[in-house]
Design a protein around this ligand. Structure first.
Ligand SMILES: [Zn+2]
Ligand SMILES: [Zn+2]
Length: 297
């Protein structure tokens, strides 16, 4: 083993400013190192494998650039035998974002005709993806029933007819993540609150808004939309021999079976009701969007 097999980070504990972090990976060899580690996946690479993967550059130069990455972007594992290098979790997100296409690809998919009708005029509906947004809209009156940002790389992985199914699964996954208080953009901590000041959703005028404590972005949805994956709701559907996964979130079943009533105004507290075959399940939701009580039929 050569002395330069022992690349060490200068100060792995020091926080990098975002600008400095991006400047760090903007250098050609450092990006090649990250790319090689991304391609290697979970098994990582030894010092010599990594050097070979980036075209066997001069050892001193290579070692210098690898050292710069250690800490924020690359982690060194000392497990049995030769140390291996892997991407940090955060670097995995950076490389995954590049892979998901946000930086180098634009896609337009559809329109794709889908089952169902417009709640406003009864017309047919279709799904389309453009400008990073997937949407379900009416063919007749142009009402947009559903709008959701989707990375181009996710869309490119499927055939156009699969767009509606992908959109449904993507939104459900986001719902779970948000309900777990994890920001879908930066993984920071979310806090939720109910508000009725928002008129974006006139049909169900209570919005549950989640705000990220790290990146300050907000994610909004009707209060009932955030509960579609709640175990009590899933169980209720299953008890009525309905598989909720077979009904996309824009489908008539969700629309016609869901209702919201105000229980208290200060602080705001609502009952979200799901009704099937004359039976009603009600979830009492408090101002922080926590389910305070489940009232089964
Ligand atoms: Zn319509
Ligand atoms: Zn965030």
């Amino acid at each position: 083993m050569e002395a330069d097999d022992m690349a060490e980070g200068s100060d792995p504990d020091s926080d990098l400013e975002p600008e400095a972090a991006f400047a760090l990976i903007g250098q050609e060899m450092r990006f090649a190192i990250l790319r090689a580690l991304w391609d290697a996946g979970d098994k990582g690479l030894t010092f010599s494998e990594l050097r070979e993967a980036v075209g066997n550059p001069d050892a001193g130069n290579f070692n210098y650039h690898l050292r710069r990455l250690l800490g924020p972007f690359v982690v060194k594992h000392e497990t049995d035998g030769s140390p291996t290098y892997e991407l940090t979790v955060a670097a995995g997100y950076v490389m995954g974002s590049i892979e998901s296409g946000g930086y180098h690809r634009t896609e337009r998919v559809g329109p794709v005709g889908i089952d169902g009708t417009c709640p406003d005029c009864g017309g047919g509906i279709e799904a389309v993806y453009e400008d990073d947004l997937a949407c379900v809209r009416c063919l007749e009156c142009d009402v947009r029933m559903f709008d959701f940002p989707l990375p181009a790389g996710a869309v490119a992985a499927y055939d156009p007819p699969d767009l509606p199914d992908l959109l449904d699964r993507w939104v459900r996954t986001t719902v779970r993540r948000v309900r777990a208080n994890i920001c879908p953009v930066c993984s920071g901590r979310l806090s939720g609150h109910l508000t009725d000041e928002d008129s974006d959703h006139p049909a169900k005028d209570i919005t549950a808004r989640y705000t990220c404590q790290q990146c300050a972005r907000t994610v909004n949805g009707t209060v009932s939309a955030w509960l579609v994956e709640h175990p009590a709701v899933v169980q209720f559907w299953m008890n009525h021999a309905v598989d909720p996964l077979e009904h996309p979130l824009w489908s008539e079943m969700w629309r016609t079976s869901t209702d919201v009533r105000r229980l208290e105004t200060d602080p705001l507290r609502v009952g979200v009701q799901f009704t099937l075959d004359g039976e009603t399940l009600e979830l009492v939701v408090d101002e922080t969007v926590q389910v305070a009580e489940v009232r089964r039929p």
